[in-house]
Every structure is written in C-alpha cells, then in structure tokens.
Design a binder for this molecule. Structure first.
Ligand SMILES: C[S@@+](CC[C@H](N)C(=O)[O-])C[C@H]1O[C@@H](n2cnc3c(N)ncnc32)[C@H](O)[C@@H]1O
Length: 244
C-alpha cells in the first residue's frame, strides 16, 4: 500500500489536525480564488482533508465538491458545512481513479501535491485538465525545494511524539516523520518543484503555468509563521494552471 493511504489517517489520529474549525486563512484563500475567477462557480477540491477550505469556498458562493480519501472526512466536512448553514458535496475516493463529475470552473489542491513520482503527478494533472470547464483554472499548492532542503533536521518534540523533517536531495522530496512513543514511525514524502521544474512537468498534461503566488514560511528559530514571503523563501507557492 502507498504511504499516503495511511499517513494522513495516522496523522489525524495523533494530532487531530483535520478536525479544526475554519481558519481565517481558509476564508482569505477562498476570497482570493473568487477574486481571481471574478465570480463564484463550480469548484472541485482534491485532498480536501476536513473540509475547512471547501466550506469557506461554499460560503463564498461556490458550488463545491470535496474529494478526499480519508474515511470520515466527508462526514466531518458535511457537518462543518451544516454548522455554517451551507452545503458541500463530498466524495470519499482516490483522485487517481475517481469520477467527480464536472466540468468545474476551478479545481483546487491545497497542501498535498507531490505525493507520487513525476509520472503520477503528470497523470493527476492530466485528470485535472479533463475536469476543467472552458475558461477554468486549477490552483495547486507546490512545495519548494529551497525551503525544505534548508528546514531539514528541524525537530518538534512533544510528550506523545517526535516530528522530524528531512530532505531527500537526490529525489528532491521533503520528508516529514512522526515517531509516536512506543509506535512505529510514519513518514510523508512530497516531491518539491520550483516553478521551472513544474514547467518541465506540464507538457502533455494539457495545463500550463499561468501565475505563481508565493506563500508563507515558518521560522523555526523564532517559532513564527510569516504568511507572505518572497518566492525564494516560501514553503510552498500556488501554481495557477490554465488549459494549455
Ligand atoms: C496534507 S493533507 C491537506 C488537507 C487539506 N487540503 C488541508 O489543506 O488541510 C493532504 C490530503 O490529501 C489527501 N489525499 C492523499 N492522497 C489522496 C488521493 N489519492 N485521493 C484523495 N485524497 C488524497 C489526504 O488524505 C489528506 O487529507
């Protein structure tokens, strides 16, 4: 079984990260996507986790389908939507094989791109191109090599687990390992791409890189997260992808 089929469930069981309420970051991101599109529309979110962005997007007027692999995440998303007086269509499925319907004006994938090898990323991007309506846009968070190479070695220790970041320089992948006390450690490994690398990945997928939106960076020494930093310093950027 691929590591991604167990990592996020184990991470959630350990730190309950996908059951959080909607954060202002989700609302701001939904507003940014809406602003970029000009108006709300049909929106597919891949790897939607606990649905916090999906619900924020529904509240911004989008007709949202949230696709997520984790058992129970769809139920949590629908409950969160109901708490906020809105609805989100949920689909518990694998984005490599699922048929989410569509076409969609926007496809979003936040914090997760790069779980596979390059061919798998290409396959997923081809599927995204096929889900987009004419004039549609995909918004994909992409991890940068520079931040994660620099961040390797950073360790967070709590009473229940130790979390350590690493970097596979040959494969250009960030490594994020949780070691719960008394249990086997488990790791996520995400392929990192600069915009130049991503442009090399895109030919044949039906998508091209239209814009790059730099994201934020966590400063482990100060223990502070800076939400907007230059591209050369950020943890990830949003790749704005349009039909080629
Ligand atoms: C790092 S989490 C991010 C969750 C959410 N996007 C967020 O920003 O809070 C990545 C998510 O992608 C989901 N995922 C991974 N592989 C998937 C697949 N093949 N199909 C659907 N979802 C998948 C995981 O279960 C996990 O919830």
């Amino acid at each position: 079984m691929h590591w991604s089929h167990s990592f996020y469930e184990r991470q959630n069981a350990l730190i309950d990260c996908y059951h959080a309420p909607i954060h202002p970051v989700h609302t701001a991101l939904a507003a940014r996507v809406t602003g970029h599109r000009g108006q709300p529309g049909t929106l597919l979110e891949l790897g939607a986790g606990g649905g916090q962005f999906a619900v924020a997007a529904a509240l911004a007027g989008h007709d949202v389908t949230a696709l997520e692999l984790m058992t129970g995440a769809g139920e949590h998303t629908r409950r969160l939507a109901a708490q906020h007086g809105t609805t989100v269509r949920t689909l518990t499925a694998d984005f490599y094989t699922a048929d989410p319907g569509g076409p969609f004006n926007a496809v979003c994938y936040w914090d997760g791109f790069g779980i596979g090898e390059d061919d798998e990323q290409r396959h997923l991007l081809s599927r995204v191109a096929g889900w987009l309506a004419a004039g549609g846009t995909a918004y994909v968070d992409v991890y940068t090599p520079w931040y994660w190479a620099h961040h390797a070695g950073f360790t967070r220790r709590t009473e229940r687990y130790t979390q350590t970041y690493g970097f596979d320089a040959d494969g250009c992948r960030m490594l994020d390992t949780y070691a719960p006390s008394g249990e086997e450690p488990f790791t996520q490994s995400l392929r990192c791409y600069s915009p130049a690398d991503l442009r090399l990945l895109l030919p044949g997928t039906g998508l091209s890189l239209a814009e790059v939106w730099p994201g934020g960076a966590y400063d482990p020494r100060a223990g502070v997260y800076h939400p907007e930093v230059p591209l050369g310093e950020c943890m990830m950027y949003v790749a704005v992808l349009e039909p080629a």
